[in-house]
Design a protein around this ligand. Structure first.
Ligand code: PHE
Length: 339
């Protein structure tokens, strides 16, 4: 048997070919699953013990010889053909990697976070499925308060206590319940309202709520903070505050920023007035502070809330709010160069 193997070794060493198919057939004949080597390995069991050592050595020799032969012949073919033919031109530029883009909502959200973090605001988050207390009652909106109708609410099943938050002011409540003043926080997140979907409004959108509580915080602080924000965000420092109403702030105001009337787009965006409404704000109602365990005699503060989607539409001149949730890559990939 050993002589038989040695014959094979001699045959392997003599073998030569420059045909890739022939080399492959050779490889299969020796090294393949049903090849000569496997037959010898299978025969190992029946070799008498005293011969086992030599037998093993010779079989391994055959295996190495076959393997070396196949490698050498393949290499010879490749070097003849040259790497150029085998792999193409190795100096050519590679295929560009497909880069993703940030979603316009994320871009605007990150800008807002960045602007407020520079003046000491941190970021807080809360659940999208809320209870009545955090979304309404603690915010000075007790049951049957008419202002609840301002925010058409999605309830979870039939439980009137569990709902999809209608604003991120719910995070304001959670934050005050768990933190002591001074508080400086912004809370970005998704909110839900049971509204008809159109180009201008959706049943879910995104808000950023801001909250500042400390000793002696005044309306002037609010105004200055907002002016800082509009200057950083839009490059516009002229703002105006119109008296408004929110149950959780007193006094309350709507904030308009003066956009200008220089281009036709300015006219369209501002409906010819030059002014754009961008958020609601006010001094946190003492009742709300009380509800959240903060003494209104000692502390005061302001809050504001704005829609991220609306600002994204404005800044990127997106004509339809629905485009923000359709996930059309042709739309989304246009934001590659943005932040
Ligand atoms: N939560 C209000 C809304 O959704 C916005 C707001 C926040 C107003 C904070 C005043 C203060 O409309």
């Amino acid at each position: 048997m050993i002589d038989h193997i040695k014959e094979h070794i001699a045959r392997v060493e003599q073998f030569s070919s420059s045909d890739i198919n022939e080399i492959e057939a050779f490889r299969i004949a020796y090294l393949g699953k049903k090849g000569v080597l496997n037959d010898f390995f299978a025969a190992f069991k029946s070799v008498p013990n005293e011969d086992k050592k030599e037998f093993g050595q010779v079989v391994n020799q055959l295996k190495n010889a076959a393997q070396d032969k196949v490698n050498a012949l393949k290499e010879a073919i490749e070097s003849k053909a040259g790497t150029k033919n085998a792999y193409g031109d190795l100096t050519r530029p590679a295929e560009p990697l497909a880069l993703g883009a940030r979603h316009p909502i994320s871009i605007v959200k990150n800008q807002i976070i960045d602007i407020f973090s520079r003046i000491g605001f941190n970021v807080s988050e809360g659940p999208e499925i809320e209870d009545d207390w955090h979304n309404f009652t603690a915010l000075n909106l007790p049951e049957y308060h008419p202002a609840r109708d301002m925010q058409d609410t999605f309830f979870i099943q039939t439980d009137p206590d569990i709902l999809l938050r209608t604003h991120t002011s719910s995070v304001q409540v959670r934050y005050m319940e768990s933190h002591k003043p001074p508080i400086r926080t912004i809370s970005p997140g998704r909110v839900y309202r049971n509204e008809a979907i159109s180009a201008r409004s959706h049943c879910f959108f995104h808000q950023v709520e801001g909250l500042y509580i400390d000793k002696g915080v005044s309306f002037a602080d609010l105004k200055q903070t907002l002016q800082y924000f509009t200057t950083e965000m839009f490059g516009k420092s002229r703002i105006r505050l119109r008296p408004s109403y929110f149950p959780f702030t007193e006094p309350s105001a709507e904030v308009d920023v003066y956009w200008g009337l220089e281009t036709e787009t300015d006219y369209k965006m501002t409906k010819g007035t030059g002014w754009l409404e961008i958020m609601g704000c006010g001094m946190v109602d003492p009742n709300v502070l009380q509800n959240c365990g903060i003494d209104p005699k000692e502390y005061s503060g302001f809050a504001f809330g704005m829609g991220i989607d609306r600002i994204a539409l404005l800044l990127h001149q997106i004509p339809d709010i629905r485009m923000l949730s359709e996930n059309d890559v042709r739309f989304l990939s246009q934001f590659k160069s943005a932040l």
